[in-house]
Design a protein around this ligand. Sequence first.
Ligand code: RB5
Length: 149
Amino acid sequence: MKYYIGSDHAGFALKEKLRESLKQEFELIDTGVSSEERADYPKIAFELAQKIARENATGILVCGTGIGMSIAANKVKGIRAAVIYDEFTAQMAREHNNANIACLGARNITEENALKITKIFLSTKFEGNTETGKKHLERIRQINKFEEK
Ligand code: RB5
């Protein structure tokens, strides 16, 4: 399974770290940026999010806080981008919300934490297809229906 990863300048160093550290376990395709030169996050988020929506894939976006990336990515139809910052939010974002993009803040979490929670996010499955998790699928359907309007 392939995953996409992108960042702005503030997230560049953490993106590189994640890509390098996780390459044995996950195929992470880098959509940029490739330096710490100023790069505004909306364009990066839109491009990666459109790929995710088209290919029904999963991705990671890194900026200073994770917030800007999530706001922008969530404008793309079919995207459920969640800011994750600890093990619990990483797990819940997948199990309950079926998030297809995790947004991380390079300026508010440590590298070690980022690595740990990215692994959790990428390896956790949505619970919506289980008997107890049906309610989560129903909620996603409500979001999808609203998005269709
Ligand atoms: C860039 O300085 C910073 O504002 C951006 O990376 C991000 O934190 C926005 O949400």
